[in-house]
Design a binder for this molecule. Structure first.
Ligand code: PD2
Ligand code: ZN
Length: 290
């Protein structure tokens, strides 16, 4: 090129088209150099073009997630025709298995190893005994069925949590605002969460204050932050399913009514060796407290 190298909208479009067509960054940098760009300028132009493209893809994904959320009655993974993977906001997760009744999907690699490690590191110093919802009196209480320790992070508590929450919203086509605080749990050897339903029985006297803040729970995502040495599977006794806890994987299940007929009875089986860490996101019908 004889004219001076210039960063123009047309050039950025060209960089995006070439990248989407599969050309490598090195190849494009070589071509930009041939067009008269110095090395640093070429890297700047490429970075700016690709960053802008990424932002617009993310914004579009958010719109698609919000639009489909508006037409769903429960969160759902739009896993149709058995794809090997799904794209959620900023990450591709593998689809390891799906079950229709109850609706269960196991995702592989939903969280990166570094994200799991960071969540554990952020939590380790803040562990307190886990509670269950007190269906008699409202509020929460200790219960022998749930012997883990843990903590909760409100929505948007850290940049990492915001990123994971946006990923979950895109994955399950459900608004971020309908998600409860992220619960991080640690189970030591022998600790467990005996089989239970995640929804609240609306006929119990203490259900009302819970339901007043966002309505019923309609879906759960349990993300495994480490791989226990032994034990700690998530089980669904009604259907004889046991899912091994594997770092980065996540099990999703939904329930369209607060009733055992959903077959979503599930538990965290006792850890036999090592420890087990999970992050749980419960999803409500409506917007709930951050
Ligand atoms: O830790 C688990 O595997 C587990 C099992 C059942 C977590 C939950 N339920 C939960 O947090 O609701
Ligand atoms: Zn549960």
């Amino acid at each position: 090129m004889s004219t001076p190298a210039e960063d123009t909208p047309e050039l950025r479009q060209w960089i995006i088209r070439q990248t989407e067509a599969g050309r490598s960054p090195n190849d494009l940098l070589t071509e930009l150099a041939a067009r008269g760009f110095g090395e640093a300028k070429a890297v700047d132009v490429m970075t700016a073009a690709l960053q802008a493209r990424l932002e617009s893809v993310r914004a579009r994904n958010d719109v698609v997630a919000a639009e489909s959320a508006a037409s769903n009655t429960v969160p759902q993974s739009l896993v149709k025709d058995w794809p090997q993977s799904v794209y959620a906001f900023d990450r591709e997760a593998r689809v390891l298995f799906t079950i229709n009744e109850p609706r269960i999907v196991l995702f592989g690699g939903l969280l990166a190893n570094s994200e799991c490690d960071e969540l554990i590191a952020q939590t380790r110093r803040h562990l307190t005994d886990s509670n269950v919802i007190d269906v008699q009196g409202g509020g929460e209480q200790r219960h022998g069925d749930r012997t883990s320790t843990g903590t909760a992070f409100g929505r948007g508590a850290t940049p990492l949590i915001t990123r994971i929450e946006r990923r979950i919203a895109a994955l399950l086509h459900w608004p971020m605002e309908n998600g409860e605080a992220l619960q991080i749990l640690r189970y030591a050897v022998g600790q467990q969460y005996k089989p239970h339903y995640d929804y609240v029985d609306p006929n119990q006297p203490g259900a009302e204050p819970f339901l007043a803040r966002g309505g019923q729970r309609v879906g759960s995502l349990v993300m495994y932050l480490n791989t226990p040495k032994a034990g700690g599977a998530t089980n669904f006794p009604d259907i004889g399913l046991e899912i091994a806890a594997v770092k980065g994987n996540a099990v999703f299940f939904s329930y369209d009514r607060p009733h055992p007929s959903t077959k979503t009875l599930h538990g965290g089986m006792p850890v036999r060796a090592g420890e087990k860490w999970v992050a749980t996101k419960w999803l409500r019908v409506s917007r709930t407290d951050p």
